[in-house]
Design a protein around this ligand. Sequence first.
Ligand code: RB5
Length: 145
Amino acid sequence: MKIVIGNDHAAVELKNEIMAYVQSLGHEVVNFGVDTNASCNYPEIGAKVGHAVVEEDYDCGILICGTGVGISIAANKIHGVRAAVCSDVATARLVKQHNNANIIAFGARIVGSELAKDIVKAYLEAEFEGGRHQTRIDMIHELER
Ligand code: RB5
């Protein structure tokens, strides 16, 4: 898969660990995040990754900030983005199976790196189930109009 990743200053270290992990799983990962601890504005990064997922040829995105919340709220303002904050493996699997989330988000101040890797793996390995779930996603996207 071709994956885009983004992070703010709260998540530089975890972003680097997740990038290496995703590459070790055989995926390509492109970094749109920051690489220093200098304070930055997560909405800019959430929007950049959101646009990339919707408009470019990425299969999905990964967003990390302190909680995963601010950056995912920003990404979700981009039409077509379905960014889901996950702090556990079951939710990470279900957001792909039921919501076809095209971005997974989590918080560097909330989850440890081993759990974050498990979350990413569960999300990447899960498959969208379609059917009634597609109907509901279509209804969500109607709300954007
Ligand atoms: C930055 O301090 C922090 O507010 C940000 O990383 C994130 O947690 C916001 O939701």
